[in-house]
Design a binder for this molecule. Structure first.
Ligand SMILES: [Cu+2]
Length: 749
């Protein structure tokens, strides 16, 4: 008998022996690594090895994806006019990809898996070869799922042939979370406010802005935030604090700044005076000195800063949500700090949003408000605390009406200059050659409540490819109808931003667009194949905020032998279903729900299992679809099972028999989210019985305390509190007409 106990031990030993054998084989079979960089004539050859690794940034070991063993990936440097030859070796167990961000290159090397380029399978090597037809600061990153967030990003610098020798430093900014990025993505779709709790941005009723919060909820807005994710660290070249002590007094240093964050914007300021902006997204611009600038996710800026005297001067990059910052110290000697940014004033910002948003969930178009084409700086409007800096003045006077509306002092006190796109001016005229114009209107849409991000209310998979013809000019009028900024990125092309600089409108590949703003961009259609245009906030892109431009009559792409299947893989990103659950384990029994939801559909099951004297149980399983841009309407059908220990024939408020004793019936219904985020739910079951219900979940009383209340015409009602302890655990108590009073734990997933 006891011999059976040995079986699992023998099994485990053989598994581990086999695993060691396999690992050994892998080590043996591995070819010697090619040198990282070789130059032969004008061929510049790189080898990149992508692998799984473990990092420890916060005291906890965490899985990560590294390129040539590091985060960030190595900075690749080239010279304009040369040819890049890059071998990417995938040493992970899953497929991957590399996109060369901002580069003008043949479609098949763009690196978007299944759209332009074959994915790089486990153990495979992919070869990229393209001429370098531009110079400037660019970067590269994975374009597969959420791999970028795990560490797959690096700088890509192309030096001009005619560049005078200069002091320079490449600074790659990024964000890091100890959580698995797939779990971050799932959590966002589950509307967790755990990230807001960690950031201190829950905007609860106890914070003394009762009326603002009430208005906000009346308009069915969840708490406003400038970013969705709580990050554990922000990095300058992979370190929270980095030093470049090689620079000396008098040096003028060109910083090549890349924002490789997955969903973070950074404010930049410097301890020793002006920051002179000389290039944006790789394109040179007429130098413009500023005191601070914001760099959107995926943008690049080249700036020049001066080391005024002996010392180490802080170049400070602060996450837009102000939770943390990262610093690069330039020069050696005593440290001179940059001025830290103030904390965000969430309620003031929220009041602003309340004023700008109608109860229908659309941003109001306000007469006389000039918020087009970057002619005013919205930063000071979105972030009232920026006006508190004693010396503040933006070179472009903000619109007076906005100042009146928000009641803020937009005063012209001399001093601080903040960069805005209106100040960017190309070195040479960028006017497009005359040609037929294809005009497109893109409204950036979405809703925070269900974390759905779209263009014209459709995800990538819900919309057709946009056909364009070689030789035409594509002009896009973008309007941001959401409460968040979006960095919209176009692959393989540069667009002009019509920012008031006429012929000298700057060229960009990533456009930051603020809430309520309208921008016009245009580009010459000079390529072929399919090209992605999308929001570069990783989790917005994954939820479907993008479009595919497709050149008519393009030759077949040799990378994608089965295009029909390939495009299905692209569409799968925004069609994913996410599981979520809420399970109450209290002294009166268990109640909870489990659901699977995607952009429009939700399948859910709920249960009540009472264990007290009013003993009974109930379970419902429904499938339904959300309708409308804001998804306030949900229609569903399913099955209801209800059992309650003999309590006589109960009647509902309409005098119909509830039959709670033993009910099995089909159900159809409609649920609608009302102002104040109450959900009104009307249903009819197979016996003709009607039920109306009104309820609200998770009213944020304090940062961590939530209140839930519900009542219906079957004379069922419930009310309860939940105190959030960790992301997955709450202490809870509730009273339920079926289950009675109870207390215990609630698990949320
Ligand atoms: Cu976005």
């Amino acid at each position: 008998m006891k011999r059976y106990l040995l079986l699992p031990v023998i099994f485990l030993l053989s598994v581990s022996a086999y695993a060691q054998h396999m690992m050994g084989m892998k080590m043996d079979s591995k070819e010697p690594r090619k040198p990282f960089y070789t130059k032969i004539g004008n061929r510049e050859i790189y080898h990149l090895y992508i692998g799984d690794s473990t990092v420890n940034y916060t005291g906890k070991a965490r899985p990560a994806m590294v390129i040539n063993g590091s985060i960030p990936a190595p900075a690749l440097e080239f010279t304009e006019g040369d040819t890049a030859e890059i071998y990417v070796h995938n040493e992970m167990m899953m497929e991957t990809s590399i996109h060369w961000h901002g580069l003008i290159l043949p479609n098949r090397y763009d690196g978007v898996s299944y759209l332009t380029t074959a994915p790089i399978g486990p153990g495979e090597t992919h070869f990229y070869k393209f001429p370098l037809v531009q110079h400037g600061t660019y970067w590269y990153h994975s374009h597969t799922m959420t791999q970028q967030q795990s560490g797959m990003y690096g700088a890509f610098v192309i030096h001009s042939k005619h560049e005078a020798p200069q002091k320079e430093y490449t600074l790659l900014l990024s964000d890091w979370t100890d959580e698995n990025p797939d779990e971050v993505e799932r959590s966002l779709h589950n509307q967790t406010d755990w990230y807001a709790i960690r950031k201190g941005s829950t905007q609860n009723y106890a914070e003394g802005h009762f009326k603002t919060k009430l208005t906000n909820e009346w308009k069915r807005m969840v708490a406003m935030d400038v970013s969705d994710v709580y990050y554990d660290r922000f990095f300058s070249n992979g370190k929270a604090v980095n030093h470049a002590s090689q620079f000396k007094k008098g040096d003028k240093v060109r910083l090549r700044i890349v924002n490789g964050g997955s969903s973070t914007y950074f404010w930049l300021n410097y301890a020793a005076g002006k920051i002179t902006v000389v290039a944006n997204d790789g394109e040179d611009v007429q130098p413009v000195p500023v005191d601070r600038l914001i760099i959107a996710t995926a943008e690049t800026y080249d700036v020049v800063v001066t080391i005024p005297h002996d010392g180490s001067f802080e170049f400070l990059a602060t996450a837009e949500d102000r939770t943390q910052s990262t610093s690069l110290w330039l020069g050696g000697g005593p440290e001179v700090k940059a001025k830290p940014l103030q904390h965000l004033k969430y309620f003031e910002g929220m009041q602003m949003m309340n004023d700008m948003m109608g109860v229908d969930g659309n941003m109001k178009k306000m007469d006389g408000m000039v918020m087009t084409n970057q002619v005013m700086d919205m930063n000071t409007v979105m972030y009232p605390e920026m006006n508190d800096d004693a010396t503040k003045k933006d070179t472009v006077a903000p619109d007076k009406k906005m100042a009146d509306m928000t009641g803020m002092d937009m005063g012209n006190t001399a001093g601080m200059v903040t960069l805005n796109y209106g100040m960017l001016k190309a070195l040479k005229p960028t006017t497009l050659l005359a040609g037929p114009v294809k005009l497109l209107h893109f409204n950036l849409t979405g809703n925070m409540n269900r974390y759905v991000w779209t263009i014209n209310n459709k995800t990538v998979s819900e919309s057709d490819k946009i056909l364009i013809k070689k030789g035409e000019n594509v002009r896009i009028i973008l309007y941001n109808n959401t409460m968040m900024r979006h960095p919209m990125h176009l692959h393989g092309h540069y667009f002009r931003v019509l920012n008031g600089q006429g012929d000298y409108s700057p060229l960009k590949n990533t456009l930051d667009i603020m809430p309520m703003e309208t921008d016009t961009i245009e580009f010459a259609a000079t390529e072929s194949g399919d090209w992605f245009f999308h929001c570069h906030i990783l989790y917005h892109m994954m939820s479907g905020m993008g479009r595919i431009f497709s050149y008519e009559n393009s030759p077949p792409n040799p990378e994608l032998p089965d295009p029909a299947n390939a495009i299905k893989k692209v569409y799968a990103d925004d069609r994913r279903f996410y599981p979520m659950a809420k399970v109450g384990l209290e002294s009166n029994g268990s109640d909870g729900n489990l659901s699977f939801a995607n952009t429009r559909w939700k399948l859910w099951t709920m249960w009540h299992l009472g264990i007290k004297d009013t003993k009974g149980y109930e379970s419902e399983t429904m499938i339904g679809r959300y309708f409308g841009q804001m998804q306030w309407l949900y229609g569903y059908a399913g099955f209801d099972y209800h059992y309650k220990k003999a309590t006589g024939q109960e009647k509902n408020l309409f005098g119909q028999v509830s039959n709670k004793n033993n009910r099995h019936t089909a159900v159809v219904g409609l649920a609608y989210t009302l102002p104040m985020l109450f959900v009104a739910d009307a249903r009819i079951d197979g016996n003709g019985k009607l039920r109306f219900q009104l309820g609200r979940e998770d009213i944020p009383l304090t940062s961590r305390l939530r209140f839930t209340v519900m009542g219906n015409t079957d004379k069922e009602y419930t009310a309860g509190f939940r105190y959030i302890v960790t992301k997955y655990f709450s202490v809870s108590s509730h009273y339920d007409s079926d289950m009675g009073l109870g207390g215990g734990l609630t698990l949320t997933y």
